[in-house]
Design a binder for this molecule. Structure first.
Ligand code: BGC
Length: 406
């Protein structure tokens, strides 16, 4: 399938997962505090704070034309109301470097982490969260004047889970349950505050910049077991749909899907163990992307879709190429059916800190964490070649999923 010349072909990262030493952030406090609930810490991460030039050069040279990265609120506003001019300059240099390397910047304003002072004041549960976030967005807007795409909040539905988890860390029982994988559902009250924050940020960005503004939603690509359509609708209502509906008037909605989950009679079915599961324990489901973009398109009522993340945790790069090729073929099939998709940003540019673990490697580029040396994997050149040709793989790549089917 031939794509429009404006189609974005890129890769994505987030600040906390790549920069290193995000000292004033809530996640740094979580990683380094007691009780120690996360197995591994971010530390220097992959030092992209200093090495972003190299990262962007590799992506641009491979043939990609876009890079999604974030600005870190905890660096820009390390204490309430004190905006660091030096940090804004840092992120402005990142934007200029991307433009210089031929990469369209897609800038995320909040990617799971915020300042520790914000978390201590109640974070997204506090009554002045909308105002605090709006002040931060107002402070950042001047460096975004010529950025074409801005994502306000990454995966608000996951943030609505994390915010309630953060409230539970003092309770050892809850910590044990979370460590065993029992994540709570997104809290709808926190979700409401996030939606209000997103809309307030959108208004600021629309008045201060020329950017297309949206946010990116975590999608589980739910499918119903036979006869379980009602349970499917309920799972979507709790996990995704309010966040997609909130994007109905946005310039784009970011779709982020990695796997698909079945909804049975009693709700969401746990991923069964399977030799094909990925390093995050998720079912190998490249078809998830097609399911997700179709769902986003339907629930938003036709907001253009940007795939802001999609990828696989594997240490077998051949598998990464196979997964991504199939995912892209499913994306093409959805586009052929009328879904307006503006681009594909692979997660992730680099092997990075996967929120408590280093083992799940999602990167197109490997990083030696002792020397920080970057080594592009064959998948980077493969994706870059598709970007140069500006075509999606053909539908003969569409195969039935091998794992995660009930
Ligand atoms: C997040 C990323 C994360 C990825 C893989 C998404 O939920 O936005 O930060 O690394 O999925 O788990």
């Amino acid at each position: 399938m031939k794509l429009p010349d404006t189609f974005l072909w890129g890769a994505a990262t987030s600040p906390h997962q790549t920069e290193g030493n995000n000292l004033n952030s809530d996640w740094w406090a979580l990683e380094n505090g007691a009780p120690q609930i996360l197995p591994e810490r971010s530390g220097d991460a992959v030092d992209s704070y200093h090495r972003y030039h190299e990262d962007m050069t590799l992506l641009g040279q491979a043939g990609l034309n876009a890079y999604r990265f974030g600005v870190e609120w905890a660096r820009i506003e390390p204490t309430p109301g004190q905006v660091s001019r030096a940090m804004l300059d840092h992120y402005r240099r990142m934007i200029e470097t991307a433009l210089d390397r031929g990469l369209t910047p897609v800038v995320t304003l909040h990617h799971f982490t915020g300042p520790e002072w914000f978390a201590e004041a109640g974070g997204w549960t506090s009554s002045d969260a909308v105002g605090r976030f709006s002040d931060f967005v107002t402070a950042v807007a001047p460096i975004l004047v010529d950025v074409p795409w801005v994502c306000t909040i990454n995966e608000p539905n996951m943030v609505a889970i994390m915010a309630s988890v953060q409230q539970m860390v003092a309770d050892p029982e809850a910590v044990r349950a979370i460590a065993a994988g029992a994540l709570p559902e997104p809290d709808p009250d926190i979700g409401r505050i996030l939606i209000d924050s997103h809309h307030a940020a959108t208004a600021i960005l629309r008045s201060e910049t020329r950017a297309a503004v949206g946010w990116s939603v975590a999608q589980q690509a739910f499918v119903a077991a036979p006869g379980c359509e009602r349970q499917l609708a309920e799972a979507n209502r709790v996990w995704e749909d309010p966040y997609l509906e909130a994007a109905a008037d946005d310039d784009f909605v970011g779709s982020q899907a990695y796997t698909s989950r079945t909804v049975g009679e009693d709700g969401i079915v746990a991923h069964p163990d399977h030799p094909d599961n990925t390093l995050t324990g998720w079912a190998y489901r490249p078809d998830a992307l097609g399911i997700a973009v179709r769902h986003a398109w339907k629930v938003t009522g036709g907001t253009p879709v940007l795939v802001t993340e999609n990828g696989i945790a594997t240490d077998d790069d051949t598998r990464r190429i196979a997964y991504t090729g199939e995912a892209l073929a499913h994306l093409g099939a959805a586009m052929a059916d009328g879904v307006d998709v503006r681009g594909y940003l692979h997660w992730s540019a680099l092997d990075n800190y996967e929120w408590g673990h280093w083992r799940p490697t999602f990167g197109l580029i490997a990083v030696d964490r002792r020397t920080f040396a970057r080594t592009p994997k064959p998948s980077l050149a493969w994706l870059g070649d598709l970007a140069r040709a500006n075509t999606l793989p053909t539908p003969e790549r569409l195969r039935p999923p091998t794992s995660g089917r009930i």
